[in-house]
Design a protein around this ligand. Structure first.
Ligand code: PLP
Length: 408
């Protein structure tokens, strides 16, 4: 009996283990269970006959639930295709509205590419953008912010939490200073949902972007919060959907699934504690059992699920691939572009060297992660790191003796 149970546990553990929740999350079973009934509501939510009623109700309900959880009005939520759309809509829209009066913008140096590239785009159109630096600890340079913000600033955009390090920025404080000069404030809150409580009313931001697939729902759906009376310029023309702020027949399945998860946002305080305990246990074991590991961003406020680290003498891409072969999904601070791994701009902006960024690993836990998975992961990580370091040592020795031979 005991032997069978042990075997079952081993089989269970050998399954794929997903530790990359900041990239995307698995679909919640709650969402999967609801999908068949949501699909029954196939009508066009704008139709006024019977087929439109159910999808319209589903969307209305999702909007209400999400708005209540975020402490805002349902009228302030625009459903869209995701956070990249939301970020572009705000940045390009505000540029367009203010281009003849205020042309200064600010964002942090560690924003997601959907924010950074939108700012680079408006720079080409004539905007002036200041990129706020972050320290090695992951803290925003508030002196830089105070020095550069002015009455000519149209919009400040700072993410609430960083996707790579999990570092949390002081949004409420930044909003106060931004509003004091008459500028607007946008925050990419994608990484926050489901990890720490999010109260948009308290933060007092003008705009916030969210993405359903980072919160156990479907890809291709997001929500943009636009505070009542904050200027907004629509860029998708069409029908009168989303109170004429975004044209296009609504994605009923995506929106209703997002609503299913929004119903669970009251669990966040409890989940936050659970995630932090697991993450802290994982980091403590890794630091104790693997040589040459240093954590990134751990000395500042962080999301409870995210751990970013540098592993000395380890190539992040090789580590990721080796772990993948063993069934683990994690992420590295280097992304392969055109054949050569490019170090993460976020880690470089924090002052890490190229070599450090290329030796980095991001582990991001989720609601379904458990202690057994974490302990199993660490055991394998130890083995893999040891093996890779041995290989690189042997390769270096070989290279060294080859060089010696050649110099003789
Ligand atoms: N902002 C942040 C911080 C993200 O992590 C992501 C996703 O990787 C996005 C924006 C883009 O979200 P979406 O995939 O919904 O466009």
């Amino acid at each position: 009996m005991v032997k069978r149970r042990r075997q079952e546990i081993l089989i269970e553990m050998q399954k794929m283990i997903y530790l990359d929740h900041n990239a995307t999350t698995p679909l919640s079973q709650k969402v999967i269970d609801q999908i068949p009934s949501i699909l029954q509501a196939w009508g066009n939510p704008s139709s006024i006959h019977w087929s439109g009623r159910e999808p319209k109700n589903l969307i209305r309900n999702a909007r209400q639930v999400l708005a209540t959880a975020l402490k805002v009005s349902p009228l302030e939520i625009i459903f869209n295709s995701g956070a990249s759309e939301g970020n572009s809509a705000v940045i390009l829209g505000i540029y367009e509205i203010f281009k003849n009066s205020k042309n200064h913008f600010m964002c942090s140096q560690v924003e997601h590419p959907s924010v950074l590239k939108a700012f680079q785009h408006i720079e080409k159109l004539g905007a002036r953008v200041d990129y706020i630096p972050v320290s090695r600890k992951g803290e925003l340079d508030l002196n830089f912010f105070k020095k550069h913000i002015s009455s000519n600033t149209a919009l400040v955009s700072v993410m609430m939490a960083n996707n790579e390090t999990g570092n949390i920025f002081p949004i409420a404080e930044l909003v106060k200073m931004t509003h004091a000069v008459g500028a607007l404030f946008h925050s990419d809150c994608v990484q926050v949902l489901g990890k720490i409580p999010l109260n948009l009313s308290e933060l007092n931001v003008d705009y916030a972007t969210l993405s359903a697939h980072k919160f156990y729902s479907l890809k291709g759906t997001g929500a943009l919060f636009v505070r009542k009376n904050s200027p907004y310029q629509k860029f998708i023309f069409g029908g009168g959907q989303e109170r004429s702020r975004r044209g296009g027949t609504e994605n009923t399945l995506g929106i209703a699934s997002f609503g299913v998860m929004a119903n669970l946002l009251d669990q966040v305080v409890f989940r936050q504690k659970e995630l932090a305990q697991l993450r802290d246990h994982m980091e403590a074991r890794i630091l104790l059992e693997i040589d040459g590991v240093s954590l990134t961003g751990n000395q500042s406020a962080r999301l409870p699920n995210t751990s970013s680290m540098v592993l000395r003498d380890i190539d992040g891409e090789t580590l990721l691939m080796s772990l993948d072969l063993k069934g683990f999904a994690v992420s590295t601070g280097a992304a392969c572009s055109s054949g050569s791994p490019e170090p993460s701009p976020v880690l470089l902006a924090m002052g890490l060297s190229r070599a450090e960024a290329q030796s980095s690993l991001r582990i991001s836990l989720g609601w379904e992660t458990n202690l057994g998975q974490i302990d199993f992961f660490i055991n394998i990580l130890k083995e893999v790191v040891l093996r890779l370091r041995n290989i690189s040592q042997k390769t270096n020795m070989k290279e060294l003796s080859l060089m010696r031979e050649q110099s003789l």
